[in-house]
Design a protein around this ligand. Structure first.
Ligand code: 1PR
Length: 535
């Protein structure tokens, strides 16, 4: 490759930058990795996708002399693009586990968002930009949404206003991008923002190409409600990895052969849902509780292949826990998660192991820091950790009959019960545990979960709508985003869950796999109902 088609990438090894690599390659560029500060100074164009925590990143940059090289490179007005933490590090300091000094190129302090019901933290999802005239690499965005995931932000002030090329509002106006000459940095993730994001990268990589300011139908104004496609994945009896889908978690056909229901190939379907407008794709390795996922290489392959062509966030769950294999080799949950991240996951989702961690925490009142949830959250940030809850309704005549939070049901139970509590389960719904979804949600928020994926076994695969009582209960109990899951059967179910609860996203599987309802039609319906979505 000629020097013209090479991008220098500063990856200090703190997390998943696979999707940035994939996006750069997708746009026809080769990648040269920075090994020494010299490589920074010699770069033709440099991309710096910051991941992980601010202090840890600064530590690495200071120790190996990269911090100084970066400042020199940017001050010489060489082409630079910082992403996410790669923007924050340009500022004077950050409050994240701090104050911690940054590179000090831009005046200002990076602070934490204040959370409230309307503005959950982390700020996760597709939001709108207010773009200034000469933002250049943002020229093709128009009125469309871009994908953010962060808990900290920098705010515009008189001292830094010359740098600010766009802002975004999330309770406060914060800096969504900066620009000075050839130096650019964005708080959002262009590599995860679909076509719109790729256009930003393309503009940075091909600065001389003509502007194609296209009018867009989309009128992005605020954080959009997300529509997520979920692929439950497992090996079928022949050993092939297939997308399956259960009825109340039962994935076997009720035929003589009793085979695993096969709804398609994971990589293909994920690619299809990306094209159809899914805001995120989730893979759940549903037999992860018994089959060790690192032994299950096909799942890692699925992630690798999918992330080559799918430029929206990917979540993967199933089997994230400590494990000792048949040869006595021990793997920590952190190793399992790291392997998922390296293979292209942006978030990992923990089911069973989070239930045990929450039970222990509630029993002892002590955060040991040793659970998979706490460890992964500490290293990768809480925005990368989803807890998947698999509750089942337990009907009650009297809410005081149990020590768990019960709700008054909109529709009474089979024997006229007016109440239910939602019992958490492990191992794919096979075992009920002595903890409710409400207690679990609050505990895992404290332990470092960044988001909750809220299933409901009673509703799974039934197509009768989300469990509004449950989604309301949980989304009111926590201040991290909640993804409503299980039971979508029609477009109206999505508007119901968004108007009646504080859910940030809605996830569905069966209706998309069976092509009964398209993602596009869900979004058109939501728009018609006045609910902001990404088109
Ligand atoms: O416990 O950490 O190994 O994680 C296991 C993961 O696998 C959990 O996230 C758990 O929810 C999931 N899982 C386990 N068994 C099943 C099963 O179906 N037999 N699938 C399963 C969970 C539920 C949803 C589903 C929605 C939407 N799937 O994700 O996609 O209910 O379905 P619908 O729209 O068709 O109603 P661990």
């Amino acid at each position: 490759a000629s020097g013209d088609s090479v991008v220098t990438l500063l990856d200090y090894g703190a997390g998943n930058v696979r999707s940035v690599r994939n996006a750069i390659r997708h746009l026809g560029f080769d990648i040269k990795d920075v090994q020494t500060p010299e490589d920074i100074l010699k770069a033709n164009r440099l991309i710096f996708p910051g991941v992980g925590a601010f202090a840890a990143a600064m530590d690495v940059l200071n120790k190996n002399g990269m911090a100084e090289a970066l400042c020199t490179y940017i001050e010489k007005d060489r082409p630079f693009l910082g992403i996410c933490l790669g923007l924050q590090l340009l500022f004077e300091s950050s409050e994240e586990n701090g104050p911690v000094n940054g590179l000090g190129l831009i005046p200002g302090v990076v602070g934490r968002f204040d959370s409230s019901n309307d503005f959950r933290v982390p700020h996760i999802g597709w939001n709108a930009l207010q773009i200034k005239e000469d933002s250049e690499i943002l020229d093709d965005i128009g009125n469309r949404h871009v994908y953010f995931v962060h808990s900290y932000c920098a705010t515009p002030s008189d001292a830094n206003i010359e740098w600010v090329s766009s802002t975004c509002n999330y309770g406060v106006d914060f800096i969504a991008s900066v620009r000075r000459g050839n130096a650019h940095a964005v708080q959002f993730h262009p590599e995860k923002s679909g076509d719109v994001g790729l256009s930003v990268l393309r503009r940075f990589l091909y600065p001389k190409s003509a502007t194609t300011k296209r009018p867009t139908e989309e009128k992005a104004s605020k954080l959009a409600k997300r529509v997520i496609a979920c692929l439950d994945v497992r090996a079928n009896d022949k050993g092939d990895l297939v997308v399956t889908k259960g009825d109340q978690y039962d994935v076997r056909e009720h035929t003589k052969e009793n085979e695993v229901r096969n709804l398609g190939k994971p990589v293909e379907l994920a690619g299809q849902y990306y094209k159809d407008g899914a805001d995120e794709v989730s893979f759940l390795n549903i037999t992860g509780f018994r089959d060790f996922p690192l032994g299950d290489l096909p799942m890692l392959q699925v992630l690798r292949y999918t992330s080559e062509n799918v430029f929206v966030p990917l979540t993967v769950g199933g089997g994230i826990r400590d494990f000792t294999d048949a040869n006595g080799r021990h793997y920590t949950s952190l190793e399992v998660a790291s392997e998922y991240f390296r293979s292209g996951a942006d978030k990992i989702s923990i089911g069973s192991d989070a239930v045990y961690a929450a039970e222990e925490y509630l029993r002892t009142g002590v955060k040991t820091g040793k659970s998979s949830l706490e460890q992964i959250s500490r290293i990768y940030g809480n925005q990368a950790v989803v807890v998947s809850i698999d509750p089942r309704r337990v009907y009650l005549k009297n809410p005081n009959d149990v020590e768990f939070k019960a709700v008054r049901l909109t529709n009474p139970g089979p024997n006229g019960e007016d109440y239910a509590w939602y019992q958490c389960t492990v191992n794919g719904g096979r075992e009920g545990r002595p903890i409710g979804a409400y207690e679990l949600a609050k505990a895992v928020e404290e332990l470092g979960a960044g988001e909750i994926l809220l299933n409901c076994i009673d509703c799974d695969g039934q197509g009768k709508g989300f469990d509004i009582d449950l989604v309301k209960l949980i989304s009111d109990a926590v201040s991290i985003p909640v993804i409503a899951s299980s039971g979508a059967g029609a477009v109206k179910h999505f508007s119901d869950v968004f108007t009646e609860t504080n859910a940030s996203a809605a996830l569905a599987a069966g209706i998309f796999h069976r092509k009964e309802v398209s993602i596009q039609s869900v979004k058109e319906h939501l728009l018609k109902e006045g609910i902001e979505v990404r088109i």
